[in-house]
Design a protein around this ligand. Structure first.
Ligand code: GLN
Length: 195
């Protein structure tokens, strides 16, 4: 069984752990960088990207997670976690991890549609995925190496670049764990490659 961490500095952690377990992985909350050594994949959850970024810097996670990713171990960013992965954030000087070639816009649905639920077609997943959007970001630009997996009203809400998976919404807040199963599969394939 693959061991996958959920970065537990701020945000929706317990729900990701439950969904990863349902998808057949061992899942643990991650509070210290040393824990990364024992993991094959990492989820960066939703919450508040500025706070998550600040805490990642404070506890030494920026370089450690970049290194983890450079070793070919998959990262899964959801909502604020997607913002943390991005190379570029609209209207901000600084981005966070800057590992994924995309530009994101924060709180992109505006006040009228702060939160809503919908079913989305996602490339690579058979059944529509139940998606909960909460003050969600959108992906405004992707680089050539990024595959768009899903759109909502012509806007990009799911993308993959090799071992990086990013979604605008909260896949952990419903009983539908198909995206977690997709990520567990990415982790399994990555571990096979590195054997
Ligand atoms: N609006 C938050 C941010 O910009 C993300 C919201 C979320 O993760 N639900 O960081």
């Amino acid at each position: 069984m693959k061991k996958i961490g959920v970065l537990a500095l701020q945000g929706a952690v317990a729900e990701h752990i439950r969904s990863l377990e349902l998808a057949g992985a061992e899942a643990v909350p991650v509070k210290r960088v040393e824990q990364l050594d024992e993991l094959q994949g990492l989820v960066i959850p939703g919450g508040e990207s500025t706070t998550i970024g600040k805490l990642m810097r404070k506890y030494g996670f920026m370089d450690a997670v970049r290194q983890f990713s450079a070793e070919g171990k998959p990262l899964f960013g959801t909502c604020a976690g997607l913002i943390v992965l991005a190379n570029e954030i609209e209207g901000q000087e600084d981005a966070h991890l800057q590992v994924m070639d995309m530009t994101v816009a924060r709180n992109a649905f505006g006040r009228q549609r702060e939160s809503f639920e919908t079913d989305l077609e996602v490339k690579g997943i058979e059944e529509p995925v139940r998606a909960v959007f909460i003050r969600a970001p959108l992906i405004k630009r992707v680089g050539a190496g990024v595959d768009v997996l899903s759109t909502y009203k012509d806007e990009i809400v799911t993308a993959r670049q090799g071992n990086l998976l990013a979604v605008s919404f909260h896949p952990e807040l419903t009983d539908d764990y198909s995206l977690h199963a997709y990520f567990v599969q990415m982790v399994e394939e990555a571990s096979e490659r590195s054997v």
